[in-house]
Design a binder for this molecule. Structure first.
Ligand SMILES: NC(=O)C1=CN([C@@H]2O[C@H](COP(=O)(O)OP(=O)(O)OC[C@H]3O[C@@H](n4cnc5c(N)ncnc54)[C@H](O)[C@@H]3O)[C@@H](O)[C@H]2O)C=CC1
Ligand SMILES: O=C(O)[C@H]1O[C@H](OP(=O)(O)OP(=O)(O)OC[C@H]2O[C@@H](n3ccc(=O)[nH]c3=O)[C@H](O)[C@@H]2O)[C@H](O)[C@@H](O)[C@@H]1O
Length: 419
C-alpha cells in the first residue's frame, strides 16, 4: 500500500482521498481552509455526496486518512494528488493561482509522482515537470457531482498522461479498476478533459435550441430526442432540455477551451455559439415566465422550485437556476425559492430562500421548476395551487406530469412543447 498526499479537500480531493484510503492506502489530505480541516477531522462531511461521509469516517477510524492545514505534510509521499481549484481567470482562461500556490509551498522529493487531477490547460503538466524536478502524471477527473464515489469506483475511463514508469505507478495505485485506461502524453490527457466537458456543453446547447424550435413548430422535444437517442452514434445521454447548462465546470471549461483554442490560432466558433446559446436559454426561460405572468414581471411574485445547478447536489456554483433568477429579478419579479438540497447560509442571490414548498408557492403568480429534484414530482401540487395566486407552472426540466397537474388546477408550460 502506498503513502499518498492529496492537496485540496473539495469534491475531487475529498473523494480521491477517501476512496484511496478505502483501497487501503495511507492518505494525508492537506487543505487551506481551517474550518474544513477541523470538520473533516471529526468526520463531518458537508458535501452531500452519497457514501462519502461513511468512507471518510472509516478512513479516520482505521488511521488511514487524516486532514491537515499543513501542506508540507504531503512532502516525501510516493504520490501527491493536486486537487485544487482552477476557476475562470482573466480573459476566460483557467486561473492557475491555486496550483502555483501549492507548488511554491511544497518541496517535493524526486521519488514523488505529482498527479494532477485539477483541470488544467494544455502545457501545464509539461511546464510543472520541467520546473518541479519530479515526474508529473496528468490524471484528469471525470466524476459527476452527486455520483462522486460511484464514479471513482466505476469510472467510464481512467486517463493517465506522462512518462511510462510514473504512469504505471499511478495505474497500480488504483488497483483493479474495471475501466479502459488511456495511456498518453500530458497534452492529450489535458485536452481530453476539456474536450469532454465542452462536448457535453455543445450537446446541451444543441438540444436546448431544438427545444425552442419545437415550441415554434409544434414538434415535441421528447419525441425528437428519443428519435436521436436510438441512434447508437448519438446515444441517450445529455439530451434533456433545461434552463441552460451550469455547474462549477462545464461553463468554465468550455470557455477556457474556446479562449485557449483561439490563442492557439484555432477559431472554435462552434464553442462560442454554444456559450451564447446557453446565455440566451436563460433569457428564453425568463420570456416564458413573463408570458405566463401575462406580459410583465414588474412586481410579480414568482415561486422557484430548485436552485442548485442540477438535482442531487448542494452545489450552487454557476447554477442556471440562479442565472434565471437574477434575470427575473432584474425584470422586477419578487422571488421566493425552495430547494431540498440547500440550507440557511447558502447564497441564493435575489431569491428569498424558504424551507417549505408551500411558502415558495404562496401568493405566486407563476411557479417555475428550475432543477429536476425527484422530490418535486411528489409534492402536493393541489395544495400549492390553493395558496398560489396564478395557475401556471413553467417546468423547465420536464419533471412534472401535466395531466396530473391539470387535476390540481395548474397548467404546465414545458420547454420544447408548444402545448
Ligand atoms: N467538482 C467536480 O465535479 C469536478 C472538478 N474537477 C476539477 O477539479 C479541480 C477541483 O475542483 P473541486 O474539487 O470542485 O473544487 P472545490 O472548490 O470543491 O475544492 C477545492 C479545495 O481546494 C482547497 N484549496 C485551494 N487552494 C489550496 C492550496 N493551495 N492548498 C490546499 N488546498 C487548497 C480549497 O479550499 C477547496 O477546499 C478543479 O480543477 C475542477 O475543474 C474535475 C472533475 C469534476
Ligand atoms: O469536470 C467536471 O466538473 C464534471 O463536469 C460535469 O459534471 P457535473 O458538473 O457534476 O454536472 P453534469 O451532470 O454534467 O451537468 C451539467 C449541467 O448540465 C445540465 N444537464 C445535464 C444533462 C441533461 O440532459 N440536461 C441538462 O440540462 C445539468 O442540469 C447541469 O446544469 C461532467 O458531467 C463530469 O464528467 C465532469 O467531471
Amino acid at each position: 500500500m502506498a503513502a499518498v498526499g492529496v492537496v485540496g479537500a473539495g469534491y475531487v480531493g475529498l473523494t480521491t482521498a477517501a476512496c484511496l484510503a478505502g483501497l487501503g492506502h495511507d492518505v494525508v489530505c492537506a487543505e487551506v481552509d481551517e474550518s474544513k480541516v477541523e470538520q473533516l477531522s471529526r468526520g463531518a462531511v458537508a458535501l452531500g455526496e452519497p457514501d462519502l461521509a461513511p468512507l471518510v469516517r472509516e478512513g479516520l477510524d482505521a488511521g488511514r486518512l487524516r486532514f491537515t492545514t499543513d501542506v508540507s505534510a504531503v512532502e516525501g509521499r510516493e504520490f501527491v494528488f493536486a486537487c485544487v481549484p482552477t476557476p475562470t481567470g482573466r480573459d476566460g482562461t483557467a486561473d492557475l493561482g491555486a496550483v502555483e500556490a501549492m507548488l511554491s509551498a511544497l518541496s517535493l522529493e524526486p521519488h514523488t509522482v505529482l498527479v494532477v487531477k485539477s483541470t488544467v490547460p494544455v502545457g501545464t503538466c509539461a511546464r510543472i515537470a520541467s520546473v518541479a524536478g519530479v515526474s508529473v502524471v496528468s490524471n484528469p477527473e471525470f466524476l459527476r457531482e452527486g455520483h462522486a464515489v460511484e464514479d471513482f469506483r466505476h469510472p467510464g475511463r481512467v486517463v493517465l498522461g506522462g512518462e511510462t514508469p510514473a504512469v504505471e505507478r499511478v495505474a497500480a495505485l488504483y488497483g483493479d479498476l474495471d475501466a479502459p485506461v488511456v495511456r498518453t502524453d500530458h497534452a492529450s490527457a489535458e485536452l481530453g478533459k476539456y474536450a469532454s466537458n465542452a462536448f457535453l456543453a455543445l450537446k446541451l446547447s444543441y438540444v436546448n435550441l431544438l427545444a425552442r424550435l419545437c415550441e415554434r413548430t409544434g414538434a415535441d422535444i421528447g419525441a425528437v430526442t428519443r428519435t436521436m437517442s436510438l441512434d447508437e452514434r448519438i446515444g441517450p445521454h445529455f439530451l434533456r432540455p433545461g434552463p441552460g447548462w451550469g455547474g462549477s465546470c462545464l461553463p468554465k471549461d468550455t470557455r477556457a477551451l474556446e479562449v485557449s483554442a483561439s490563442a492557439a490560432g484555432v477559431d472554435f466558433t462552434v464553442l462560442r455559439a454554444a456559450i451564447e446559446a446557453n446565455d440566451r436559454q436563460h433569457d428564453h426561460v425568463v420570456a416564458r415566465v413573463r408570458d405566463a405572468a401575462g406580459g410583465s414581471l414588474d412586481g410579480v411574485r414568482v415561486g422557484l422550485f430548485g436552485l442548485t445547478f442540477k438535482a442531487g447536489t448542494h452545489d450552487l456554483r454557476d447554477s442556471p437556476a440562479l442565472a434565471v433568477a437574477g434575470r427575473l429579478a432584474a425584470a422586477g419579479a419578487v422571488l421566493t425559492g425552495y430547494d431540498p438540497g440547500t440550507g440557511d447560509g447558502d447564497p441564493a442571490g435575489p431569491v428569498q430562500r424558504v424551507d417549505d414548498p408551500v411558502l415558495a408557492a404562496k401568493g405566486a403568480r407563476v411557479l417555475v421548476v428550475l432543477t429536476e429534484w425527484p422530490e418535486f414530482t411528489r409534492l402536493d401540487w393541489g395544495q400549492l395551487a390553493a395558496v398560489a395566486e396564478g395557475e401556471v407552472v413553467v417546468d423547465t426540466r420536464d419533471v412534472l406530469d401535466p395531466v396530473a397537474l391539470r387535476g390540481s388546477g395548474l397548467r404546465c408550460v414545458r420547454l420544447g412543447h408548444s402545448r
